[in-house]
Unconditional design. Structure first.
Lengths: 287, 335
């Protein structure tokens, strides 16, 4: 474990991204100490520019942008985690079953997966969230809905990994020494699959955040009074923050979103490079 | 004949299967959900204070039912759905009654397709070419710089990218029009002023999609070329004294470029979603904006129509790309 961290910290991209993510996590923890109720308006003077008293200014609705942002980061990360963890479970299960069973089961599962992959997911998501409007007001439910659209690609990757593992010697040894299928899969295959699941988890979080922001902009998704990055952005745009000159109101969610996306991406790139020995050798060769 | 059997027929079957599953999902999704659109509508009328007598309510429910295509059993509805799909009839738009949904979509679809196709082609060409050259000269400083830029741009979703460009080019530097598809008072005719206006309005939405596309294709192509530059045929060509530029463009990039067409097909769904969002941000009069307005007005029929047509457009575009591949890549033909 310490060796892994030491290797990862040689990568400057990992250091930057790790720092930023830790910072954002700290902010989200700060939300527990927020002096204001995030869902109530008119608690501070309206539309104040950033100052020592209001670090990131206040909104036109009389909310403190900094404290609002801490809640937003927490809620957005919660949605992203629910979506990506659930879709990882689906992806691992389907990938394992399709890869290990093969045949008709494999073909059916993969064509269903390919279909969700090829379809314009945004349109389907909009369709679903219109009809589920009430159900989706909850953070967790939005995460679950997003998870349904995010498993296909990774299930395919896991399946191809299982296909190659199935042909290896140790599979036959395990079967001949009387290991049950479930035990074999859990004990022997999962260790190979967890790293894939973990790097795709980060990519998937990034995607889920993007979708949350997009749905919020359309006025769909979770309850608009719950602060998330998407909802903050939506309210700022809807209230014409740009035209009224309240740049801080718009900058806070946009800047946070940018930081979050870029650092999550850098994390996943450096992790997958670390996990792929070929790329690691190339990196060392480059230096 | 062999080519037909091994390449064409599986692709066509896949196309039919994916379209079938996708359209069935569009049909089934709203019906599995616990909300009755008719009750919702009636509740909407009643919140406006409209008092409906019981007999009229009955009549209204049955009218709405036939309007929404919700008569009969699920199976009958499903058959009706396919019949209507083949006759290109999605019923009237509810927000702009009685304009048919198909007319609205037919008017908006060319804008989206024009934007999507031109931006995808430009982004793909520039991204793969620059990525190929960068992958070949992967130690140069320019490559490092480009890679760093791509790494920052790549994870930004289209929506945020569009917003940033909008702020930058219409507020900070007011150079380009803020939205719309064509200038106010300019008739969409075939003359220079109209074309210029259309191009000017398309510039920012297209730029959003192009930047995203370039970053993605650049990275993928750079990785491919970087590994293939140490292959035997490249070493051979170089030691035989073939000029570097010839090696890059004729041997390395050409080989690596064609498989990227397949990748283009796989990401088309994502790019399409991105195009819809970009249109909404820039108020570009394509299907995305139509969808946005439909969502805002609760226009059930229009949303169904747009979903169904989006599925068909995307699967068809992917099929076309797949069919295009053997025409340009002899390796696929001779497999």
């Amino acid at each position: 474990m310490s060796g892994l961290l030491r290797d990862l910290f040689k990568d400057y991209r990992f250091i930057i991204a790790f720092g930023v993510v830790l910072g954002l996590l700290a902010l989200s923890i700060l939300s527990a100490f927020s002096p204001f109720d995030p869902q109530r308006a008119l608690q501070v003077p309206r539309a104040q520019p950033p100052s020592w008293q209001f670090l990131l200014g206040t909104t036109w609705l009389g909310q403190d942008v900094f404290w609002q942002l801490t809640h937003a980061i927490r809620n957005t990360l919660a949605i992203a985690l629910v979506a990506s963890l659930t879709s990882r479970v689906i992806a691992i299960l389907i990938g394992l079953v399709a890869g290990y069973r093969g045949g008709l089961v494999d073909r059916i599962l993969m064509s269903v997966g390919d279909t969700t992959l090829v379809l314009p997911s945004l349109v389907i998501l909009i369709l679903a969230s219109i009809f589920l409007r009430e159900w989706l007001r909850d953070l967790v439910n939005l995460g679950l809905l997003l998870a349904f659209f995010a498993w296909a690609w990774d299930a395919r990757v896991i399946r191809s990994q299982v296909l190659s593992l199935r042909e290896r010697e140790f599979t036959r040894v395990s079967i001949l020494s009387g290991m049950g299928t479930i035990r074999l899969v859990v004990k022997q295959y999962l260790p190979f699959i967890m790293p894939i699941a973990f790097t795709t988890l980060i990519n998937n979080m990034s995607w889920a955040i993007g979708m949350e922001v997009t749905l919020a902009y359309l006025g769909l998704g979770i309850d608009p009074s719950i602060p998330t990055i998407g909802n903050m952005l939506q309210v700022a745009i809807f209230r014409q923050a740009l035209f009224m000159g309240f740049w801080w109101w718009l900058l806070a969610p946009v800047g946070t979103a940018l930081l979050l996306f870029v650092s999550l991406y850098l994390l996943s790139v450096s992790l997958s490079e670390y996990l792929d020995p070929k790329a690691r050798v190339q990196r060392i060769g480059l230096r | 004949m062999n080519f037909l059997k091994r390449y064409l027929i599986p692709r066509l079957l896949q196309y039919l299967l994916v379209s079938f599953l996708g359209l069935s999902a569009v049909f089934l999704l709203p019906r599995f959900l616990p909300i009755d659109p008719i009750q919702q509508r009636i509740a909407q009328y009643q919140t406006f204070g409209v008092i409906i007598p019981p007999d009229q309510l009955e009549y209204m429910i049955s009218t709405l039912r036939s309007l929404f295509g919700l008569e009969g059993t699920l199976w009958q509805q499903y058959v009706m759905f396919w019949q209507r799909l083949f006759s290109w009839d999605f019923g009237p738009s509810l927000a702009r009654f009685p304009t048919p949904v198909s007319t609205l979509i037919a008017w908006h679809l060319p804008w989206t397709l024009g934007l999507l196709i031109s931006a995808t082609v430009i982004g793909w060409l520039v991204g793969t070419l620059v990525g190929g050259v960068a992958g070949y000269y992967h130690r140069s400083r320019a490559t490092r710089l480009l890679e760093g830029m791509a790494m920052v741009v790549r994870p930004i979703p289209y929506y945020i990218l569009a917003l940033l460009l909008l702020i930058l080019f219409t507020h900070v530097f007011p150079l380009l029009p803020r939205g719309g598809g064509i200038g106010i008072g300019v008739a969409p005719e075939f003359n220079l002023a109209a074309i210029w206006s259309i191009l000017l309005h398309a510039a920012l939405p297209a730029l959003t999609l192009i930047i995203g596309g370039i970053a993605e294709h650049f990275q993928a192509m750079k990785l491919i070329v970087q590994t293939s530059r140490s292959e035997d045929h490249v070493w051979y060509a170089r030691s035989a004294g073939v000029k570097d530029e010839t090696v890059v463009f004729h041997y390395v990039i050409r080989n690596a470029m064609l498989p990227r067409i397949t990748h283009l097909g796989l990401t088309l769904g994502v790019v399409f979603s991105g195009a819809l969002i970009t249109e909404i941000v820039f108020r570009y009069p394509g299907v995305g904006l139509l969808l946005y307005n439909a969502v805002m007005h609760g226009d059930y029929n229009l949303i169904m129509g747009i979903s169904a047509i989006s599925v068909m457009v995307i699967t068809t575009l992917i099929l076309l790309l797949d069919l295009l591949l053997p025409l340009v890549d002899p390796r696929v033909r001779h497999q």
